[in-house]
Design a protein around this ligand. Structure first.
Ligand SMILES: [Zn+2]
Length: 163
């Protein structure tokens, strides 16, 4: 099997569900919303928030999203850049504690051509990995069964964060 590893492509194929009803930006509406549990927002920082991917590649698949609506990495301020990275590190720590993965993939898809489901609003993916988890990947489809219910994972991560 000779294919490029692309842990967040599942977001692309399910992107039709990542639009809000009025076609406005999903991340902006989540940022403004007070319904964090419903939206699977795990943590809110000053300039960025962390949200679980509703269509995860793996259990614990998370995204770190600047509140500010921009598609340009170079638009981010030093503060936003710094918090995006420090919040990613914080989430790695929490996921490690709760889910004990053996590794992580982190990164961004910049632009539709790169597979971004929401290409107008920057977001950074964080995907926990376990040895052998790719064995479960269907060879033709990019979706796979995620072993743990996302709601349960959300609660566990929130509990660990509040400790
Ligand atoms: Zn936005």
């Amino acid at each position: 099997m000779n294919r490029l590893f692309s842990p967040w492509r599942s977001e692309y194929i399910s992107s039709f569900r990542l639009e809000t009803k009025d076609g406005s930006c999903l991340f902006c509406s989540v940022a403004k919303s007070k319904k964090d549990a419903e939206n699977l927002v795990v943590y809110r920082g000053k300039t960025c928030f962390a949200i679980m991917n509703l269509y995860p590649y793996n259990s614990g698949h998370m995204m770190v999203v600047p509140y500010r609506h921009t598609s340009n990495l170079s638009d981010l301020s030093a503060k936003e850049n710094a918090e995006a990275l420090s919040l990613t590190a914080k989430m790695i720590g929490i996921i490690q504690e709760v889910m004990k993965p053996q590794g992580f993939n982190m990164g961004a898809n910049l632009g539709r051509a790169a597979g971004a489901g929401i290409d107008q609003h920057l977001h950074f993916h964080l995907v926990p990995r376990w040895n052998g988890d790719t064995n479960f990947m269907p060879t033709l489809a990019d979706t796979k069964l995620v072993s743990e219910d996302i709601g349960r994972t959300y609660k566990k991560l929130k509990r660990a964060l509040n400790r």
